[in-house]
Design a protein around this ligand. Structure first.
Ligand code: ASP
Length: 335
């Protein structure tokens, strides 16, 4: 994708959003589905940009944008998250800021409406970096973060995907969660089955020159045994340093963890002096692809470079800065 040209002034703020990568192909989505995704991505980018325009922090922009996507049933994060093989929604999220390199992460959360806000609370209001499961939800309650009945996260479309995955794997189908809506949500009905992905992530540069990154997900459909992917792992799914860049990833987490994708990209920028686009392309198109992994990343650097790269047929994505208008893409050949 294009970076700011040498002649253009460096952006003072910038934001890049993803809503997951996967099988996203022209002709695979109905026009109303495509319009719903484009609108949701644009809304999230604009909401984050509104924070950055009024000199808000990259962290605030990310929490705002991801919060919207977590509530949107189109995406595999918060409401609309995929189900575990047991028929539960277990949510993972992480957040990191590039100035002091503080970070917060949670995994296996089941009651906190906005896992990204919980990751931020872990970073800012606990002595820890990573909390899991019931303990993480208990901490959320002490921080007065909104707690919901787990049925809040339920969508019919994700339940059907679970049934399909379990049937294909010869596994039993669990009972529907108590309180699960019987009538499909009309907004969720527009969701597209992009395969196993749909995580959301946002990276931002603010007017203070600080970068940050955040990622939120339900993980992978029919996950078992407490499986956790890359999204809440600092250095794999999320990383930020003002010395290099901020990255959020999406894809089959097992590969992203082994390659420490987010940190690897920042290391190439920091130690090898690669441009941001060259660094994301090297890790995604070469290292990830060579390993057999699939997915993509978004990134932003303190000098305003924005980049994305994915080796799937598409990735839901948007970018916006004070120097460039909103660009929303779904398919490989979108700008
Ligand atoms: N990376 C996520 C995970 O492995 C899934 C995704 O991005 O869709 O849990």
């Amino acid at each position: 994708m294009s970076q700011p040209s040498a002649a253009a002034p460096a952006p003072k703020w910038a934001i890049v959003v993803h809503g997951g990568a996967g099988v996203i192909e022209r002709g695979g989505l109905k026009p109303e589905q495509e319009a719903a995704y484009r609108a949701a991505l644009g809304r999230a980018a604009e909401a984050g940009a509104a924070v950055l325009r009024r000199e808000g922090s990259a962290l605030d922009a990310i929490e705002t944008a991801i919060g919207l996507l977590e509530d949107d049933p189109l995406f595999n994060a918060g409401r609309g998250a995929v189900f575990t093989a047991d028929g539960r929604n277990e949510l993972d999220a992480s957040l990191m800021e590039g100035r002091a390199m503080r970070a917060g992460a949670v995994a296996g959360v089941t009651r906190t409406r906005h896992p990204i806000s919980l990751a931020r609370a872990v970073m800012e209001r606990s002595p820890h970096v990573f909390l899991i499961g019931e303990g993480a939800d208990a901490f959320a309650a002490t921080q007065h973060l909104e707690q919901v009945d787990p049925a809040w996260f339920f969508t019919e479309r994700r339940w059907r995907s679970l049934e399909k995955a379990l049937t294909a794997g010869g596994l039993p189908i669990p009972p529907r969660p108590a309180g699960a809506a019987l009538t499909p949500d009309p907004a969720a009905a527009l969701a597209h089955d992009e395969g196993k992905h749909g995580t959301v992530g946002v990276v931002a540069l603010d007017r203070h020159g600080d970068v940050a990154a955040g990622t939120s997900t339900g993980g992978t459909t029919a996950k078992r045994w407490g499986r956790v992917g890359d999204s809440p792992i600092i250095g794999a799914g999320t990383y930020a340093s003002n010395r290099s860049c901020a990255v959020s990833a999406t894809g089959t987490g097992e590969y992203f963890i082994r390659l420490t994708v987010a940190r690897e990209i920042c290391a190439l920028v920091e130690y090898k002096g690669l441009s941001l686009q060259a660094a994301v392309d090297q890790v995604v198109q070469q290292e990830l692809t060579a390993m057999g992994g699939d997915g993509g990343v978004i990134a932003v650097a303190p000098d305003g470079q924005m980049a994305w790269s994915f080796n799937t047929s598409g990735m839901y994505r948007a970018r916006l800065s004070d120097a460039q208008p909103l660009v929303v893409g779904l398919y490989k050949d979108d700008p």
